[in-house]
Structure formats: C-alpha cells, structure tokens
Design a protein around this ligand. Sequence first.
Ligand code: UTP
Length: 275
Amino acid sequence: MIKKCLFPAAGYGTRFLPATKAMPKEMLPIVNKPLIQYGVEEALEAGITTMAIVTGRGKRSLEDHFDISYELEHQIRGTDKEIYLKDIREVMEQCTFSYTRQMEMKGLGHAILTGETLIGNEPFAVVLADDLCDNPEGEGVLSQMIELYHKYRCSIVAIEEVEVSEVDKYGVISGREIDAGVYMVDNMIEKPSIAEAPSNLAVIGRYILTPDIFDILRDTKPGKKGEIQITDALLEQCKKGMVLAYKFKGKRYDCGSIDGFVMATNVFYQKHHQG
Ligand code: UTP
C-alpha cells in the first residue's frame, strides 16, 4: 500500500566539502556503492518500486546513476566485470525513478513539500540516504516501519537513543510507549539544547508520512536555522491526530558526518569484501 519512496537529496552536504563541491553527497560510496543506491535497495526490499528523488543544482549524476550507460554496457558485456553491475541492473529493472528540483534549499520540510508533485495524495516513505541503515539480523528499517503502518495507519518516524550531548543535532521526541519500541509522540523539538530536550530519543532519516503532511507543510513557518522543518510539521500532525515513533531494529550510520561515514565504510568493507 505504500508504493512510493521520496528521497530528499538537495542539501549542500557542507560537512563533506570539498568532496561535495561538484558531487552530490548521496553519490559518496560506502566501499563501491553510492549512498543513494543503498537507500533505494532498502525501499525495494520493503516492496516499494516507485522512487521519487528531490534533487538540486549539481546533482545530475544521481539521475545518470539510475540510467543505462550504453558505452559502459557495450564495453563490459560478456567480460568478467559484468558482476559489478549486477545490483544496479536489478534495481533499474524493478524500479521507476522520477525527479524534481528544489530550487532553493529551504530545509528538509520544504524539500518534502517539493516532492508532493511526485507523490500525490497517498501515504509514502521518506529516506534520507545519508543515514545508512543496516539490519544484519533481519528485515530493513523501512520494511519494519511499513509493517507498523499497516497496523496504525498514521505517520511514523524512526528513532534511536543518542548520547545526551548529541541531542542538539537531531529532532528529539517524547511520548508514551504503547507497544515494545513504539511510542505515541506527544512532543517533538528540532535541534533542542540539552536543557530543552524532551528525551534522548532522536529522529533519524526514515519516515512514513500520510499525505495531509503536505497541507501542514504549506502552513509551516521557517523554524530552527530559518529552514522549514519537518519536525515542526510532524508536531502539528501530532496535535491534530497521531504520530508514532519507532525504535527500529538494526544499526544506523550517519554518513553525512565524516566519523559515521568512515565507520560505515569499515563495517561494510569487513562484511562484504573480506568474506
Ligand atoms: P542535512 O542538513 O543533513 O544535509 O539534511 P545537508 O544540508 O546536505 O548537509 P550539511 O549539514 O550541509 O553537511 C538532511 C537531508 O535533507 C536533505 C539533504 O539532502 C539530506 O538528505 N535536504 C536538506 C534537502 O533536500 N533540502 C534542504 O533544503 C535541506
């Protein structure tokens, strides 16, 4: 029933400059696969085949990555190198991709609203590809969240516990635990100070959103950092109805930061390239 996944990928990625000066952050590879492809594969595993990507200036390589490269195909056809294209070919065979541009970087909430034209009036998933999620024990984070959506039919954010000293980097929630690891959200603050933080439960880059979020976003004023924040819109949705937060199973790597990126690289290298 969740058929589409939105990938806001228009941010500047300033923490990775100069690498991101002419290259999208989402194209940075963990070992040999770009972050955006891990995100698309997670969505595909969750049964989603319609990928909607919000891009910006200088992000054309994202579109090229999910398109046929005739010269390359011709060059390696029938050679032992074809194996390297196996995963991306599978993704391209099964998924459709559509794109729209966010012309001004007015925040994640604004990027999601920009994606409305690709999503329409239906519930959808959101993946921030710089949060790389891995669950070696079982199903991916989006699969877990979609299962929960089928039960509750409301917006859901993925959360994890972070160090108290780190809360000012995230949207932070508080709520009542209604099921193991499932919270009914009653408050949500974007990048709170330690004193303001309602808990240490931080929202990470996976969401299921119901389409009424678009009208709420249209009315959401710029918040922290002068940006339109999805956290503020979700708090509004919470007041009007219900939003859940879900402590997912698995591990998330903040690949928008150098430390998280290096950690993910090491783990994925051990896992996939050392047998
Ligand atoms: P971040 O704040 O982590 O990304 O936004 P950033 O701005 O690219 O990175 P830094 O902080 O400058 O290093 C979270 C996600 O929201 C998207 C980003 O692409 C990223 O996936 N985003 C953010 C947009 O698409 N548009 C925006 O205006 C802001």
